[in-house]
Design a protein around this ligand. Structure first.
Ligand SMILES: [Fe+2]
Length: 205
């Protein structure tokens, strides 16, 4: 098996979230990395593949925990990566797609924010290869609400731990702060990666 290492992120230009808030959140992310490695170690061991039970068994616990932990790693990486405080004005291909899909960037933002206020874990703007369309998807947990194969372009963590130190229970304010720090060069790069992977030219749209 391969051991995952925590990625490094540059928060130096992030505005509106304190060092302590970001540091605590990053520590939580590192915990998911460690847990993923530990769970995967356990799942490499032949001895865990005994006495299976869909009600309770060590194997069941490990299998369920693996999904939660690895999705926790991936989602946090996507979140921290698009939270830089740089390139925060919408531009480029993603801006055009958002405006085509939602009528205006403001309308997209309103829907995204209200989705973030309606779920307990994550909200993403994803492009779904099933029809190559943008969708705002909401998740109640790392492993609850994930849409298979959907490609996340914008990722927001709405768990309380993401903002409680700085904003108490004011999630709306925190989501505003998120948008003020959202890096559209990262979002455009993700879109480009999606198009390349799926052999789509930008003219496809
Ligand atoms: Fe988080």
């Amino acid at each position: 098996m391969n051991y995952i290492k925590p990625k490094q992120f540059d928060f130096s230009n992030v505005k509106g979230l304190t060092y302590n808030q970001l540091y605590q959140h990053y520590q939580l992310y590192k915990g998911y990395v460690n847990s993923t490695n530990k769970i995967r170690e356990n799942l490499e061991d032949n001895s865990i593949y005994v006495n299976p039970s869909a009600t309770y068994s060590n194997l069941r616990s490990a299998v369920k925990a693996q999904t939660f932990a690895i999705d926790g790693v991936k989602l946090h990486q996507l979140y921290f990566e698009n939270l830089t405080g740089n390139n925060t004005i919408p531009y480029g291909h993603i801006e055009k797609l958002i405006v085509n899909r939602y009528g205006s960037y403001e309308e997209f933002k309103r829907r995204f924010m209200n989705t973030g206020l309606s779920v307990r874990g994550w909200v993403t703007l994803s492009i779904d290869p099933i029809d190559n369309e943008l969708y705002i998807y909401g998740q109640d947990a790392h492993d609850n609400g994930v849409v298979l194969n959907a490609f996340p372009l914008i990722v927001l963590d709405v768990y309380e731990h993401a903002y409680m130190i700085d904003y108490g229970i004011d999630r709306k304010k925190y989501i505003d702060v998120f948008f003020n720090n959202l890096d559209f060069s990262v979002v455009n790069k993700r879109l480009k990666d999606y198009l390349n992977r799926n052999n789509k030219s930008p003219q496809y749209y």
